[in-house]
Design a protein around this ligand. Structure first.
Ligand code: GLA
Length: 400
């Protein structure tokens, strides 16, 4: 066996052939992401700063001629079958395959039903940890979107493909997410962070992001708390933000200026919800201050002053812990322990309620920080967290 046969691409090709009895026409991949800062701002038409991870989902794909779609995953048993003509939101029993079928449905809904009519065989493989807030589902969607775009010669830009994948997740899978994860998976570039303006996704703006060049590391610490139970909480906050924007008479919370925040808060009802969910003032304060933090972090990153962003990250964590109320004991423990052990800053990343924490640290101090976090978890009898260093990686592409 040559060394080549061990690459992810060759593994995907081999597994495709084993399942479907022929070769794929190609293998496409899309990465998971961490968001450096700007959380829950995406559906408020605000700002985020994601980087793509070196972990990705891969789609090995070949077209068919009989109208059938067959989907297989290296991470699941069996082959899920559907007919292209019958794809529709709300079908039962598709499980993980809904992320793949949803993209095909979205393409058909976008006028490409004739192109897709023959059907497809799809083999998926992913090393993006699931349930960890690292966008494993967007990675699947975007790998499939990139494959179909090329195989069918469709004229989608990367942001357009991201919007299509988001539509699959919103309308087909039924998750009311914003566009952060899909934009990161489609548009991130190696060695860069994506300065994402969710009001203007068609303008892609990258900023060089290379912690190692500044003697730093961006650690990603997986708390091992699966964030899946947060779905209702996510929808509730999104609805709250929309209500607040309505009361303030703006199209989205993006339109509340940081300088006018206090005056805006005065115009909203006081207090929290009876069930402990944050009231509108808290939601608005988190969104407006986090948008502002993204601006400041992006400026510092662009100026090669990443080291100075640490305090803003930790401030961002306090905001999502106290105002947005989407943290948990384990995420707070990582942040507090890491900062006490010398990290420059830390915050929970992604949808919330667990998942991962990003920690900005001097490279020389990284081991001391991960050791301190591991010890704090062990002391409390919590499962050991996993940590890795985030190397800003490329967005969706074909593997050649
Ligand atoms: C999840 C959603 C994104 C975004 C983040 C929070 O990852 O899928 O759209 O809202 O949460 O920033």
């Amino acid at each position: 066996m040559t060394q080549d046969q061990n690459t992810p691409k060759d593994r995907a090709r081999k597994e495709f052939a084993a399942v479907f009895g022929r070769d794929p026409e190609g293998v496409w991949q899309a990465p998971g992401r961490v968001n450096v800062i700007g959380e829950h701002t995406d559906y408020n038409e605000g700002l985020c700063l994601p980087v793509a991870l070196p972990y990705a989902a891969r789609a090995a794909v070949a077209r068919r001629e009989d109208g059938l779609v067959r989907v297989h995953s290296a991470q699941a048993d069996g082959v899920v079958e559907a007919r292209v003509a019958e794809l529709a939101p709300g079908r039962e029993g598709e499980g993980w395959a809904a992320y793949v079928l949803g993209v095909l449905w979205a393409l058909c809904a976008d006028g490409h039903g004739d192109a897709l009519a023959g059907g497809l065989d799809v083999h998926m493989d992913s090393d993006v940890p699931t349930g960890a807030g690292l966008s494993s589902s967007a990675a699947l969607e975007c790998a499939v979107a990139a494959a179909c775009r090329e195989l069918y010669g469709l004229d989608y830009s990367d942001p357009q493909a991201a919007l299509l994948a988001q539509r699959a997740e919103n309308a087909y899978v039924g998750v009311p997410c914003g566009v952060l994860d899909q934009m990161a998976a489609m548009c991130c570039a190696e060695g860069s962070a994506l300065v994402l303006d969710c009001r203007d996704v068609m303008t892609v703006h990258q900023v060089p992001f290379d912690p190692a060049a500044e003697g730093l590391a961006l650690l990603v610490v997986d708390t091992r708390v699966k964030h899946t139970h947060g779905d209702n909480e996510y929808a509730a906050r999104r609805a709250g933000c929309e209500r607040a924007a309505g009361l303030l008479g703006v199209p989205a919370l993006r339109d509340v200026r940081y300088e006018e925040l206090d005056a805006a808060l005065e115009r909203l009802p006081e207090g929290d919800e009876p069930d402990g969910k944050p009231g509108l003032r808290r939601l608005v304060r988190h969104i407006v201050t986090d948008d502002h933090r993204v601006e400041r972090v992006a400026e510092l990153v662009a100026a090669g002053r990443l080291r100075e962003t640490g305090a803003l990250l930790t401030e961002g964590h306090a905001s999502l812990r106290d105002d947005y109320r989407i943290s948990c004991l384990e995420s707070d423990l990582v942040v507090e322990t890491a900062v006490a052990a010398g990290a420059l800053g830390a915050r929970q990343t992604g949808g919330g309620f667990g998942g991962c924490v990003v920690v900005l640290v001097e490279e020389a101090g990284a081991e001391a920080v991960t050791d301190a976090v591991a010890a704090a978890f062990a002391e409390r009898g919590l499962p050991a967290p996993r940590a890795f260093s985030a190397k800003p990686s490329a967005g969706a592409r074909r593997l050649d």
